[in-house]
Design a binder for this molecule. Structure first.
Ligand code: HEC
Ligand code: HEC
Length: 167
C-alpha cells in the first residue's frame, strides 16, 4: 500500500517536475552547477509527438518517460524500438504496439483528470490525491493487476443460499 501510494506520488510529481524546488530547505552544497543539470547525452528535438505538448522541454519529456517506465515497471524498449545490434533507440518510430497503446492511455489519463476529477470536490484531497496517473492503475506492472476482493471472513451473509449438500 505504502509503496503503491509512493509510486502514485512519484508519477504525479512528474507532472509538476518543471516546478523548481525553490523555497524548500535543500541541504547545503547540493545545488548543482547550471551545466550539470543537463543530460550527458542530449536528446534530439522530438519529431513525432501526437499527444504530449509539442513544445515540451527535453527535461520534462525525459522525466515523463521515466515516469511511464517506473509506473509500468518496464524499460524504454517496452514502447520504443531499439536496434538489437547497435543498441540505438529510435524513439520517434511508431513500430511498437505498446507505444500506440501508451498514447491512448496518456489521452485517457488526461481526460480522467481534466474532465472528471475536476468534478470531485473533496476538501481533504491534496492535488496528488486527486490526480490519476499511470501508476494509479498500473502500480508498477505493465498490466494492471485484477482486483480480487478478499474472501469473506465471516459466515455467509444472512439470507444467503444454503450450501448444497454433497450427494
Ligand atoms: C509505456 C510506454 C513508454 C515507455 C516505457 C517510454 N516511452 Fe518514450 N514515448 C512513448 C510515447 C507514447 C511517445 C509519443 C508521445 C506522443 O505522441 O506525444 C514517446 C515519445 C518519446 C520521445 C520523443 C520521440 C520523438 O521524436 O517524437 C523520446 C525521446 C522518448 N519517448 C524517450 C523515452 C525514453 C528515454 C524512455 C525510457 C526512460 C521512454 N521513452 C520510455 C511511450 C513510452
Ligand atoms: C484507469 C486505469 C489506467 C490508467 C490511469 C492507465 N492505464 Fe494503462 N492500462 C490499463 C488497463 C486496464 C490496461 C489493460 C488493457 C488491455 O490489455 O486491454 C492497460 C494497458 C496498458 C498498456 C498495454 C500493456 C501491455 O502489456 O500490453 C500500456 C502500454 C499502458 N497501459 C500504458 C499506460 C500509461 C503510459 C499510462 C499513463 C499515461 C496508463 N497506462 C494509465 C489501465 C490504466
Amino acid at each position: 500500500m505504502k509503496q503503491a501510494k509512493f509510486l502514485a506520488i512519484v508519477a504525479a510529481s512528474l507532472f509538476y517536475a518543471s516546478f523548481p524546488l525553490a523555497g524548500q530547505d535543500a541541504p547545503q552544497g547540493t545545488a548543482a552547477p547550471a551545466g550539470e543539470q543537463q543530460h550527458h547525452m542530449p536528446l534530439p528535438k522530438p519529431t513525432n509527438l501526437k499527444v504530449l505538448p509539442k513544445d515540451i522541454s527535453p527535461d520534462d519529456l525525459i522525466k515523463t518517460m521515466r515516469g511511464y517506465s517506473q509506473a509500468l515497471g518496464v524499460h524504454c524498449n517496452f514502447c520504443h524500438e531499439v536496434d538489437e545490434k547497435t543498441h540505438k533507440a529510435n524513439f520517434a518510430a511508431d513500430t511498437k504496439e505498446d507505444k500506440k497503446f501508451a498514447r491512448t492511455m496518456i489521452a485517457m489519463t488526461r481526460e480522467i483528470n481534466t474532465k472528471f476529477m475536476t468534478q470531485i470536490n473533496d476538501p481533504d484531497a491534496k492535488p496528488a490525491d486527486k490526480t490519476v496517473t499511470c501508476g494509479t492503475c498500473h502500480r508498477g506492472s505493465q498490466m494492471p493487476a485484477q482486483f480480487v476482493p478478499k474472501p469473506e471472513e465471516h459466515g455467509p451473509a444472512p439470507g444467503a443460499m444454503p450450501m448444497q449438500k454433497p450427494q
